[in-house]
Design a protein around this ligand. Structure first.
Ligand code: SF4
Length: 65
């Protein structure tokens, strides 16, 4: 599974990081999401999907898997 960020859409709530800190971090300058593992390993897919679903801006996209 791969995940991508639509950077312009992200508003920096960090809800993604709360749900799955292994995959999503926060840029310290802009306060927006940073994807730490764009190729999500199988054991983190469930958590990463929850994070994508809970992004209030719809800024995260699963691009495969
Ligand atoms: S939850 Fe969505 S809007 Fe908030 S930081 Fe993560 S990607 Fe950005």
């Amino acid at each position: 599974m791969k995940v991508e960020l639509m950077h312009d859409v992200c508003q920096g709530h960090a809800r993604c990081q709360e749900r799955c800190p292994e995959v999503f971090g926060t840029d310290e300058v802009e306060g927006k999401c940073v994807i730490l593992q764009p190729d999500v390993p199988p054991e983190l897919e469930h958590k990463a999907r929850l994070a994508v679903k809970n992004c209030p801006e719809g800024a995260l996209v699963i691009t495969s898997g």
